[in-house]
Design a protein around this ligand. Structure first.
Ligand code: BGC
Length: 821
């Protein structure tokens, strides 16, 4: 079955205890409830017995307040999850996330992100599942259903058309009706109707000229009335910008708090009759209904982190399940752990891999297992040599592990927070923190009663491993400076300006040079002051790791001397992050040159792509084996070990079409839109593979592609009409595996339009069902896939709704471009 996850509501669903309080609340109390108290909680009204509700990001872990430094389990990011094509596994992950969310004392987890990967450079592609609405919908239904079964609310986001980070507060996603309903709304429609999410997040952007938070047609008429959404529409953080427009446009909760648009202004609007009290009551009723569902504890709970073996095992399995083997000429993989004598592990993401992307999806993970460590674990008898080859950072990386100590000799910096903005007086809080990042954002329950700190100082003692010139870098949301032995070195203080960092609230990185000598100990001090009224507060700093001039040649030499080379290329969370799109598809730094050199030195090179979105691979034809690891979470290294040794089958399939060049993607000509921030979705329904197939453009690999270690093929396809109401047909696909080892295949069912319906803008085929199947060595298997009417239904302008076309053919394949004949 493709849609096996059904809605489970917690046992308290029927309770009306909070909702029934509405009649006893005053106008002021009701208004106070619908704007947040702080970054993560709503307002409590103790005298009315109404506690605070707490939400947390989301979606790959439950972070809690970042400023608390409490660790959380880090699961694979969206594109890695999309690549699993496995709703059952996603449900398992969401079940674990429900436990994680409770550890943070939160009631709603802000996820899943179900916008679509419309362009290859979208900053949040890594956080979303796929280019495809159906795959996204199936996984989202599984995620939300299981999370809520675990007693934690989900918050599918960002409703809708938030498919770019370019000017996301201001851009208007201009989407025609058919495309909007069949493509971008489809995951939201499915998840709303099938799982009844407790919350949905309204996007920053406008849709066809109307701000998402004010879009009554989408929020009220469609989501609440037509689809029956009975949860809370929460604004994306700071997206609420209009008192009356948002109130009448269907927004229920302004976040974060304290209120900027409602509060006293909403009261005035109600008194003037611009917003009805019934409208307010509807919002309050929804919030109280959410409390009936989530049963918050009367007091906020402290945040804790638990490094659970079971969660690590699940992360490891899920990471491997999502890895996509793009090519494997000469069966370079799997490597025999008992036979391989030496391995060169090379690349900027080898020693420290990228386990997640950047922005609000970031979690303070439990200690991660990086690729080099994982490969060492998997090949205990092999001689493993490492060379970095080149760097790929955008902002300077943190101080290397083991080089920064506090006064008392512990790893990291000593952080002191001060009440005043001039570091005067005794610190209000002090603790040891990790390297390279300081945040003053959010709410900490410990500090509820205490003053909010306004300045922060980090002090650490740096022992460089080698002498020489280094670059030091610092960016911050507010003035900051970095001193070495009390001498000002990086000045982001006297002339602080906003730039690209911290979602546009922080500066650009300011850099300065300093010569260090090995054997000396240097005092590093970073001072930061929160700007008055700032929305975000934080600073990040780093130091260059200077590579030798011949680092690439050296890496090639290490590769040549080994039996096998594993080259770990990729990006990181400064490149792939919320807040901005990438500007091109190239791998950062000199990674392409490194790949060429390593491939020339050792043809038995396995290339691992540690990315969340596609990048250009000019050396692709020369590589025998390319495995995409995505941003796979904290068990990255062990999952790589599992797949590379064949302990686990690489059973991921591409959740998007991987273009050869940026110029080939469907919105290349129209991105990012006009100067007045209108972004036309001119490619219409031809998102992703549909475009490449329709236009005959050859990508690196199509949607749905991925190899296993076996040899699966489709033998026959039978389509049977269904007598069930919501199911159109059942497609039965027989498969065989011609290899001596068991394998796994992802069978995909596509709908193709009849000739008479095939217009210029009609997708040549679209995914309507899929199933992951195990096939034994030299064995056979049958996959039965139900195709739902709702997946086939197309927009009909006359009835302003989606209807099933009268004729459509169903075909099956192993990728969108590998259809069984
Ligand atoms: C993001 C949301 C996130 C929220 C809270 C926003 O910047 O767009 O996805 O849930 O912040 O952190």
């Amino acid at each position: 079955m493709t849609s096996s996850t059904t809605a489970h509501s917690p046992s308290v669903e029927g309770s009306n205890a909070y909702r029934s309080k509405i009649g006893h609340l005053t106008l002021d109390q009701k208004i106070s409830l619908i704007s947040g108290k702080n970054f993560w909680t709503t307002v409590a009204i103790p005298e009315a017995g109404i506690p605070q509700l707490k939400v947390t990001d989301g979606p790959i872990g439950a972070r809690g307040d970042l400023a608390n430094h409490v660790p959380s389990a880090c699961f694979p990011s969206g594109s890695g999850i999309g690549a699993t094509w496995d709703p059952q596994l996603v449900a398992e992950i969401a079940g674990a996330l429900a436990e994680e969310t409770k550890l943070k004392g939160a009631h709603v987890l802000l996820g899943p992100a179900i916008n679509l990967q419309r362009t290859p450079i979208g900053g949040r592609n890594f956080e979303c599942y796929s280019e495809d609405p159906h795959l996204t919908a199936e996984l989202a239904v599984a995620y939300v259903g299981a999370l809520q079964s675990g007693g934690v609310g989900a918050c599918p986001k960002h409703y809708v058309g938030n498919d770019t980070e370019y000017q996301r507060f201001l851009i208007s996603s201009n989407i025609d009706d058919a495309t909007l309903h069949e493509v971008y709304l489809y995951p939201f429609e499915r998840v709303t109707k099938e799982t009844r999410p407790w919350m949905i997040m309204a996007a920053y952007n406008a849709v066809n000229g109307i701000q998402a938070c004010s879009h009554r047609a989408l929020n009220v008429d469609l989501l609440k009335k037509e689809w029956g959404f009975d949860g809370v529409i929460v604004s994306d953080w700071f997206a609420a910008r209009n008192t009356v427009g948002n109130a009448n446009g269907g927004l229920d909760l302004e976040m974060p708090g304290p209120s900027r648009i409602w509060g006293a202004d909403l009261k005035t609007a109600i008194e003037k009759g611009e917003v009805s009290e019934a409208e307010l009551d509807n919002k309050v009723g929804r919030l109280l209904h959410l409390m009936d569902r989530s049963q918050p504890h009367p007091e906020l709970q402290h945040e804790t982190g638990l490094d659970k073996v079971e969660h690590r095992a699940l992360i490891r399995r899920a990471a491997a399940e999502g890895m996509v083997l793009l090519k494997n000429e000469g069966k370079t993989l799997p490597l025999d752990a008992n036979a391989v004598k030496s391995i060169a592990v090379i690349g900027p993401n080898a020693e420290i891999g990228q386990i997640m992307g950047g922005g609000s999806a970031f979690v303070n993970s439990h200690p991660p297992v990086h690729p080099l460590e994982g490969i060492r674990n998997a090949f205990p008898n092999a001689d493993i040599q490492h060379a970095v080859g080149c760097t790929n950072h955008k902002f300077l990386p943190s101080f290397p592990k083991g080089t920064i100590k506090t006064e008392s000799g512990e790893e990291g910096f000593w952080e002191e927070r001060f009440e005043k903005d001039d570091f005067s007086g005794e610190p209000v809080a002090a603790k040891r923190v990790g390297v390279g990042r300081a945040l003053l954002a959010g709410v900490e329950i410990d500090k509820e009663a205490g003053p909010e700190p306004k300045s922060l100082r980090l002090t650490g003692h740096f022992s460089p491993r080698a002498s020489g010139l280094r670059e030091l870098g610092l960016f911050s949301a507010g003035p900051a400076r970095l001193l070495v032995d009390n001498e000002l070195v990086v000045d982001n203080w006297s002339d602080w300006k906003p730039g690209e960092s911290f979602f546009g609230f922080g500066s650009d990185e300011i850099r300065a040079l300093y010569t260090f000598e090995a054997g000396h100990r240097y005092k590093i001090t970073v001072e930061y002051v929160k700007s008055a009224g700032a929305i975000l507060a934080g600073a990040q700093f780093g130091i260059s790791t200077k590579l030798e001039e011949d680092a690439i040649a050296h890496a090639a030499g290490v590769a040549a001397a080994a039996d096998r080379a594993i080259l770990v290329l990729g990006s990181n969370s400064d490149w792939e992050t919320e807040g901005h799109d990438r500007t091109d598809m190239a791998l950062p730094g000199e990674q392409d040159a490194l790949a060429e050199a390593v491939l020339a030195a050792n043809p038995n090179t396995v290339i691992l792509m540690n990315v969340g979105s596609p990048v250009t691979m000019p050396w692709y034809e020369k590589a025998r084996t390319v495995l995409v690891t995505w941003f796979p979470g904290e068990e990255m290294g062990n999952a790589i070990g599992d797949v590379v040794t064949g302990q686990a089958e690489p059973s991921g399939r591409l959740p998007f079409t991987w273009p050869k060049r940026i110029e080939d993607h469907p919105c290349y000509d129209t991105y990012p839109g006009t100067e007045d921030l209108q972004m036309p979705y001119s490619e219409g329904r031809l998102i992703g593979h549909r475009w490449y197939e329709k236009k005959g453009v050859e990508p690196i690999a199509f949607f749905g592609h991925g190899l296993g270690y076996g040899d699966a093929s489709i033998e026959s396809v039978d389509v049977m009409e269904s007598s069930k109401n919501d199911i159109h047909s059942t497609v039965s696909v027989s498969l065989k595996n011609a290899a001596d080892r068991a394998t796994r295949a992802v069978v995909q069912v596509y709908a193709e339009p009849s000739e008479k319906d095939a217009g210029e803008d009609t997708p040549p085929r679209k995914l309507v069902g899929f199933r992951k199947v195990d096939i034994s060595a030299n064995g056979k298997a049958v996959a039965e896939i139900d195709v739902l009417n709702t997946s086939l239904a197309e927009w009909n302008p006359e009835i302003q709704g989606r209807v099933v076309p009268s004729s459509v053919s169903l075909v099956a394949g192993l990728s969108s471009n590998d259809i069984a004949k």
